[in-house]
Design a protein around this ligand. Structure first.
Ligand SMILES: [Fe+2]
Length: 290
């Protein structure tokens, strides 16, 4: 199990989704915060909806942050013919995937597919006395949709996680919620906005402050117009190209009722403080965050 020193923050993020402009902005943000790539963790789906699958994969691999496999990495590494996103047959998401997945499969090099195939499926680490497990979708299933409003699914997933905090991606929305004594932390994704009517994307920070370990979500603006225009040039997934600008997803198929109801409502950053468990010799510095 990895152990990170608690004297500096960790940055966590999901879903670069072939969005090169958003990925570049996330890297610039980490540099602005003084967080090196070995303290950054990506929850997978480096490749998905947007226009630059090969370049985005290469940028992440060369940067050298920790990455676990999303369902997209697993499928691309195998050369599979679909994304295994767990979209319902006949849904708008499934129809859109018939555009972006073959586009990505045709453009990702064998070198980057080998990199994807070599990524771990999960990571476990310690930070300030707490245990963390990083997964893509669910703990039990890589492509399970786990949302804040679904307490039953959260409880099931937490039960098999055996860690204080579970960090997950796949669902595309940032949230932090408790389930019993455990905490589910989805820092959101950088490759697609959060269906809140703004083009901004999201990442998370884990810091040790005076009162304990803080989990927080953060908004990130980036050059979404170039990302959208590049997709439009290829013309294979215009629903997602529009979403990059409007901040509204092309389909709400995957969302539970409560999350659907949040469509177009500007999300607020979230912050949760977990019980302080610091070795006596550790001196914690509050992190400078946005
Ligand atoms: Fe995924």
């Amino acid at each position: 199990m990895l152990e990170f020193t608690p004297d500096a923050p960790l940055l966590v993020f999901g879903g670069p989704y072939s969005n090169l402009q958003a990925t570049a902005a996330l890297i610039t943000e980490a540099e602005r915060l003084g967080i090196p790539p070995d303290r950054v963790i990506c929850t997978g789906d480096v490749v998905a909806y947007c226009a630059d699958p090969e370049e985005t994969s290469r940028r992440i691999a060369e940067w050298g942050c920790h990455v676990i496999q999303g369902n997209c990495e697993q499928q691309l590494a195998e050369g599979a013919q679909d994304c295994a996103c767990n979209f319902e047959d006949g849904s708008a998401c499934a129809a859109l995937a018939k555009g972006w997945y073959p586009f990505a499969l045709a453009r990702v090099s064998s070198e980057m597919r080998a990199w994807m195939g070599g990524l771990p499926e999960t990571l476990q680490f310690k930070f300030a006395g707490l245990t963390f497990r990083v997964v893509h979708g669910g703990v039990s299933l890589v492509n399970r949709w786990v949302f804040a409003s679904d307490a039953a699914v959260l409880a099931e997933e937490c039960q098999v996680a055996s860690s204080d905090v579970i960090i997950a991606g796949h669902a595309g929305l940032p949230f932090i919620t408790r389930s019993g004594h455990q905490t589910w932390f989805n820092p959101g994704v950088v490759g697609m906005p959060a269906n809140d009517g703004t083009p901004d994307v999201w990442y998370g920070l884990i810091t040790l402050g005076r009162d304990g370990v803080t989990l927080s979500t953060h908004r990130l603006a980036y050059d979404h117009r170039t990302a959208s225009a590049t997709m439009r040039r290829f013309g294979y997934a215009n629903g997602y190209a529009r979403a990059l600008v409007t901040g509204l997803w092309p389909s709400l198929d995957i969302l539970p009722e409560a999350e659907r109801g949040m469509t177009g409502k500007r999300l607020r950053p979230r912050l949760t403080i977990l019980q302080r468990q610091v070795p006596k010799s550790t001196s914690a510095q509050p992190a400078a965050i946005a």
